[in-house]
Design a protein around this ligand. Structure first.
Ligand SMILES: NC(=O)c1ccc[n+]([C@@H]2O[C@H](COP(=O)([O-])OP(=O)(O)OC[C@H]3O[C@@H](n4cnc5c(N)ncnc54)[C@H](O)[C@@H]3O)[C@@H](O)[C@H]2O)c1
Length: 396
C-alpha cells in the first residue's frame, strides 16, 4: 500500500517504520523541515528506532520523510499522528488535529483510508476530523497508538491494536493495513469505543499512580516504607496490580490524556472526580519531594549545592515533556539552593546543560537511567531518592 503518515514524532515514525518493514511504501510527512532533513539523512530521533534501520528503509526506497503535502494525494492509507496537548487552561488543544484534517481536505482528491492514531476524546474522529474532510469518499477509522517509548518487551508488533471505524468497510481496510505489521487486532464497535479505550487506559494509570503517591505520604508519616508495603501487597496473586510512587507523572500521555476524558465528562455533565483529584495529587508531588528534602537537610537548603539526577520523565528515554523534574528544580531554587542537573541522555534542556555528577551537598534522584551508578551519586553528602533504587537512601 502507499502509506502517508502525518507527524513523524514518537508515534508517527514508529508506525512509519512498522509499515515500511511490512513492505508498504511510506512517506513520513512533517511540518518540521529540519526534522525531515534529519530523518532523510538516516538519523532517528527516537530511542526505539536505530539509525541503521532507518537508513536501510531509506536506501531501499521503502521510506522517505517529506514536508511536501502534495505527496499525500494518491495514498491508500493516511495516518494522523500529531500532538494532542492541553491548552493553558488544561483543556484539549485539537489545533494540530484540525490542521492535519484541513491539510487532507485541501490536498487529497483520491479516496483513502484515513486513520487517526493521535490520542483524543471519543467523538474526535467523527466530529473533529471526518466532518472537516468532505467531498471525497474517504474511509475513516480510529486506532489509538499505545506505544510505550523505551519498552523493549512490548512494541508496535506485539501490542494488540484496537480498531474502530465510522463504517464497516473502514474497519475492514484498517484491519488489512494493521494486520500487515501487528500480531493481534481488536475490533471494537465504533471509533468512539476505540478512542475511549485509549484514554481510559491512561486514566487508569494516572489514578493508580496518584493513589500510590498519596499512600507514600501516608506511609512516611506512619514511619513505614511504602515500597516495602507495596512489594508485600504485590505478593497477592490476584486482585492487586503494582504501581510505584514517584516525583509525579510526565510524558505526553499520563499527565495529559486523563484531562481529555475529564473535559468530555464535563461536556456531558458528569463529574470526573477521580481524574481531577489524581491530577492534584500528582501535580503536588514535586512540592512534597522538596518539602522532604528540606526536612532531611536540617530545615533549610538555602545556599546548598544540589544536583538533580535524571530530568527526563522516565528511565532510559530522553523525553522531558511534562517532566516533574522541572517543578522539582524550580521549587529547590525557590528555597535558595544552587541547583544543577545531570542527564546525559537529555544533554541540554531549558537553556541549561547537563552537569557531571560529583560531590554536591544534596543529590535528588528524579529518574535513574542505566549507566548512572550509585557510587557516583553517593559522592554527594545527602541523597534523596524518588526512584526506590538506592538502598538505604532517604526518599519516596
Ligand atoms: N509519545 C508517546 O509515547 C505516545 C504514545 C501513545 C500515543 N501518543 C499520542 O500520539 C500523538 C502524537 O504523539 P507523539 O508523541 O508522536 O508527538 P511528537 O510531538 O513526538 O510528534 C508529533 C509530530 O507531528 C508534527 N506535526 C504537528 N503538526 C503537524 C501537521 N499539521 N502536519 C504534519 N506534522 C505535524 C510535529 O512537527 C512533530 O514532529 C499524540 O496524540 C499522543 O498523545 C503518544
Amino acid at each position: 500500500m502507499r502509506v502517508a503518515i502525518i507527524g513523524q514524532g514518537y508515534v508517527g515514525l514508529t508506525i512509519a517504520v512498522g509499515a515500511a518493514s511490512a513492505g508498504h511504501s511510506v512517506v513520513g510527512f512533517d511540518v518540521n523541515e529540519s526534522l525531515v532533513t534529519k530523518l532523510n539523512s538516516g538519523a532517528s530521533h527516537i530511542e526505539g528506532i536505530s539509525d541503521g534501520d532507518l537508513a536501510s528503509f531509506i536506501d531501499s526506497g521503502a521510506y522517505k520523510a517529506s514536508s511536501d503535502a502534495a505527496l499525500l494525494d494518491g495514498s491508500d492509507v493516511i495516518v494522523i499522528a500529531v500532538p494532542t496537548p492541553l491548552d493553558e487552561g488544561r483543556n484539549p488543544d485539537l489545533s494540530f488535529v484540525h490542521a492535519a484534517a484541513d491539510l487532507i481536505a485541501m490536498q487529497v482528491q483520491s479516496p483513502a483510508l484515513i486513520v487517526n492514531e493521535s490520542t483524543s476524546y471519543p467523538g474526535t474522529l467523527r466530529k473533529e476530523i471526518a466532518a472537516r474532510i468532505t467531498g471525497v469518499e474517504h474511509l475513516f477509522a480510529s486506532s489509538p497508538e499505545r506505544v510505550d517509548p523505551g519498552n523493549t518487551q512490548w512494541g508496535t508488533k506485539n501490542t494488540p491494536r484496537i480498531i474502530g471505524g465510522l463504517t464497516p468497510s473502514a474497519v475492514t481496510k484498517a484491519r488489512e493495513f494493521y494486520e500487515s505489521f501487528c500480531d493481534s487486532i481488536v475490533e471494537v464497535s465504533s471509533a468512539e469505543v476505540a478512542e475511549a479505550a485509549k484514554i481510559f487506559e491512561n486514566t487508569f494509570r494516572q489514578v493508580n499512580i496518584a493513589l500510590v503517591n498519596e499512600f507514600a505520604q501516608i506511609s512516611d508519616a506512619l514511619g513505614i516504607s511504602s515500597r516495602e508495603v507495596i512489594e508485600a501487597a504485590a505478593t497477592k496473586p490476584y486482585g492487586f496490580m503494582q504501581f510505584n510512587p514517584g516525583p509525579g507523572v510526565g510524558g505526553h500521555c499520563i499527565p495529559v490524556d486523563p484531562s481529555y476524558l475529564a473535559y468530555v465528562a464535563h461536556e456531558v455533565g458528569v463529574p470526573a472526580t477521580f481524574i481531577n483529584r489524581a491530577n492534584e495529587v500528582n501535580l503536588a508531588m514535586p512540592a512534597y519531594v522538596v518539602k522532604r528534602v528540606v526536612a532531611g537537610s536540617g530545615g533549610t537548603i538555602a545556599g546548598k549545592k544540589v544536583i538533580v539526577v535524571g530530568v527526563s520523565y522516565k528511565a532510559n528515554v530522553a523525553d522531558t515533556r511534562e517532566t516533574p523534574a522541572a517543578a522539582v528544580i524550580d521549587l529547590l531554587r525557590e528555597q535558595g539552593a544552587t541547583v544543577s542537573w545531570h542527564d546525559d541522555l537529555v544533554g541540554s534542556w531549558r537553556g541549561e546543560e547537563s552537569t557531571p555528577l560529583g560531590s554536591f551537598d544534596i543529590a535528588v534522584i528524579v529518574t535513574k537511567h542505566a549507566g548512572v551508578t550509585d557510587v557516583a551519586i553517593k559522592a554527594s553528602t545527602y541523597v534523596f531518592d524518588c526512584t526506590g533504587t538506592m538502598p538505604g537512601a532517604a526518599g519516596i
